[in-house]
Structures are given as C-alpha cells and as structure tokens.
Design a protein around this ligand. Structure first.
Ligand code: ADP
Ligand code: MG
Length: 240
C-alpha cells in the first residue's frame, strides 16, 4: 500500500533520515520504535508529506506521490494522522472537530457528516460530549476524539505519532484499546510508540530505528525475543 524508496531528509546540515526503504502492506500494523531523536516522527511526516523528503520516493497504491497539489490533497485525505498533542481545534466542539474535514474536503452535507460523526462518537463512548469543547475533555478523551476525527475521513491508512506519550498513565489504556480495535478491523496502521506491550501484542511487524536508519525489523517475537543487532538489544534492555 505504501512504498518508501530511499527516503532522505535533511534539516540544514542535520541528516535526519538516511535512506529508508520500506513497504507497508494493506491491513498491516507496523510499530516503529527507537530512541528519541532517531527520526521516527520525521519519517511519519515524510510519509504524508508534512515534510517532503529531500530525496527518494513515496508510492501509495502504486502511484508516485509528488508535491503537485491535486495528487497531494487526494493522498492526504486517504492517510489519517494522530499526533502526540492531539491537535484538536480548540474553538470547535467535539462533533465539529470530527465533521469539519468531511464537510470541507469531501463536500458532505452537515447532516451526512453529523451522522458519521455521531456514529464515531458512539463507538468511542463519547456521545455525551458531542457539544463540549476540547478543553473540557481529559487527555484520553481528547486523543480518542482525535482518532475519531481522522477516521471520519475513512482513510486507507492511519499514522500515529506517540499517541499515548502525552497522557497520564491512567488514560493510556483507553487509547490503546481503541487502537487495538482498529488493528483488529484490518486498518493499515503505522504507529510510532514507546508502548512495548502494544507493539508486542498488536503489531504485525516491529521496526527499530536509530540515527535515521532502520536497524532491523521483524515480527514482534523476532524483535523482542531475539533481536540480532547490538543497538536494538541495547535499546530494548533500557525500555523493557
Ligand atoms: P524522534 O521522533 O525519533 O524522536 P525526530 O524525527 O523528531 O525524532 O527528530 C530527529 C532529528 O531531527 C532530531 O535531531 C530533531 O531535532 C531533528 N528535527 C526534527 N524536525 C526538525 C525540524 N523541523 N527542523 C530541524 N530539525 C528537526
Ligand atoms: Mg518523535
């Protein structure tokens, strides 16, 4: 579904991504782990062109993605993104946060968009919050709304950048449960995470990054029980 071919990213002299080659299959759940500063967020941002790669290609369903606005807009509508800091619109209600993109970008009527939004709110157990503003929600509730907002566009793939890192510990579970239910529905997901339990239990494949490169990738079992690279072993010894 998504094919990355020799992706490089530099910020000035800083060479952050040093040639990433990966393929993500339809329905696959890929967990990306690795130390802080290794380029995980940058890789996600290059995948959806929030940061255009300096070199290399992204293909989506066989099509080359370019900066051409028509190609890029259509591509971005098919890729949902969930951020560490939720990034909800503070001056929109919960329901409006969810319906805004379908109305603006997919030209849905308010009624159609509300129908989708209300069904998603029911799914995430927040129907009673539909008219609240984000400031009235807990962190876990905000993140569930952010996930619902991304899902409202019916994306073909979802990118998650440490979706539970900004949450108080007691709220991590509710967000991981929602992500797990998406994974069980065969949603294609790329998840940057520090939640090793989630990676081990839910991911089809785990990819370890360090210093802008993929050091190794494999099934959760391969990575967590018999990683072969010293840097992976060292990282896991610190986080497990
Ligand atoms: P990770 O998500 O693995 O912690 P990042 O992708 O956020 O790593 O960052 C990798 C490196 O790129 C870091 O050294 C970071 O400071 C740098 N970096 C990320 N984004 C930018 C940017 N927009 N401008 C300059 N440097 C950046
Ligand atoms: Mg990051």
């Amino acid at each position: 579904m998504i094919k990355l071919n020799n992706i490089h990213k530099k910020f000035g002299d800083l060479h952050v991504l040093k040639g990433i080659d990966e393929e993500i299959n339809k329905g696959e759940v890929l967990a990306i782990i690795g130390p802080s500063g290794s380029g995980k967020s940058t890789l996600l941002r290059c995948i959806n062109f929030l940061e255009p790669p300096c070199d290399g290609d992204v293909h989506f369903e066989g099509k080359l993605i370019t900066k051409d606005s028509k190609i890029l807009n259509s591509y971005r509508q098919q890729i949902g993104m969930v951020f560490q800091q939720f990034n909800l619109f503070p001056n929109k209600t919960v329901l409006e946060n969810i319906t805004m993109a379908p109305i603006l970008l997919k030209k849905y009527s308010t009624e159609e968009a509300n129908e989708i939004g209300l069904a998603l709110l029911e799914r995430i157990g927040l129907s009673d919050k539909k008219n609240e503003f984000p400031s009235k929600l807990s962190g876990g509730q905000k993140q569930r709304v952010a996930i619902a907002r991304a899902l409202a566009m019916k994306p073909k793939a979802m990118l998650f950048d440490e979706p539970t890192s900004a949450l108080d510990p007691e709220m991590v579970g509710e967000v991981l449960e929602l992500m797990k239910s998406l994974a069980n529905e065969d949603v294609t997901m790329i998840v940057v995470t520090h939640e090793m339990g989630f990676a081990r239990e839910v991911a089809d494949r785990v990819l370890f990054m360090d210093e802008g490169a993929v050091v190794e990738s494999g099934s959760p079992k391969e990575i967590f029980t018999c990683a072969s690279h010293p840097r992976t072993i060292d990282f896991l010894s610190k986080v497990l």
